[in-house]
Ligand binder design. Structure first.
Ligand code: BTN
Length: 257
């Protein structure tokens, strides 16, 4: 069981000061969306011990068994002109946190956190826009922490911290560490230039530059070589027909050129 009192004794800053801890829920993103419509404060975190319908990107589900991993969503009201920073700030903060625990990871655009080819953490950002105004953003994060194994189907695509460092990690400490890193980056994002952020991401990603990839987007498959991020966070791909920028889609395979 996640110990919320211990978590509060460890955390600093505002993110997580308001913590909704639920033993079981369909999706923490859904609950956070509801709290957003009630105007809950920025940095409110919804954490679940388990999810019955954890949502992943591209209509995938997120495996969410109890007592081993972290499933949480942070409610934010970012300035619209910095919305495209969010996926990257989140994945860099996750990578920095995992590094503290001895896990080196690779960032796959837009925000998969990988070890080798397997996902150790995933991020699902959802936004609400009304009358052309950004109302809120919710950042849902699943981290595979102490899971000892995965089902046969997931085993080829998922990995946990435990499987790498062969010891259990304290989930309260891990969440407190991540939130403090993330809040630090988030609070300075106004002053952070896109070039600086792009550099932070590229340093941690083997995918973003010079990689032969396949992108699947709404049933369309495009092959090409990655050529960095455009100023809005899109992935630039050199294809047979020239450069093309992607703002959504699933990147598959990567072979360094
Ligand atoms: C991905 O497909 O990589 C994104 C996975 C995001 C999963 C997290 S778990 C907590 C939050 N609640 C959800 O329903 N999804 C996100």
């Amino acid at each position: 069981m996640f110990d919320t009192r211990y978590f509060h004794s460890l955390r600093s800053g505002n993110f997580g000061a308001e913590l909704y801890y639920l033993s079981e829920v369909d999706s923490t993103n859904r609950v956070a969306g509801e709290l957003a419509t009630k105007g809950m404060r920025e940095g409110t975190v919804v954490l679940a011990e388990s999810q019955t319908a954890g949502r992943g990107r591209n209509a995938h589900s997120w495996y969410s068994p109890p007592f081993v991993n972290l499933y949480f969503t942070i409610l934010l009201y970012p300035p619209a002109d910095r919305l495209h920073y969010l996926p990257f700030l989140t994945s860099v903060s996750l990578a920095e946190t995992l590094e503290i625990y001895g896990v080196q990871c690779d960032l796959k655009w837009p925000n998969d956190i990988l070890v080798g080819r397997k996902k150790i953490a995933g991020v699902l950002i959802q936004t609400s826009v009304e009358e052309n105004r950004l109302r809120y953003a919710i950042v849902g994060i699943g981290m595979n922490v102490n899971a000892k194994s995965f089902s046969a189907t997931l085993d080829s695509v998922a990995i946990s911290m435990f499987q790498i460092i062969t010891r259990e990690s304290n989930r309260e400490e891990l969440l407190a560490t991540f939130l403090s890193k993330f809040e630090g980056h988030y609070s300075t994002m106004k002053e952070l230039s896109w070039d600086e952020l792009r550099e932070m991401v590229q340093r941690r990603s083997t995918y973003i530059q010079g990689c032969e990839v396949k992108i699947e987007q709404q049933g369309r498959v495009i092959m090409g070589t990655t050529a960095g991020l455009d100023p809005m966070g899109g992935l630039v791909l050199e294809t047979e027909l020239g450069p093309e920028v992607f703002y959504a889609g699933e990147v598959e395979a990567c072979r360094k050129k």
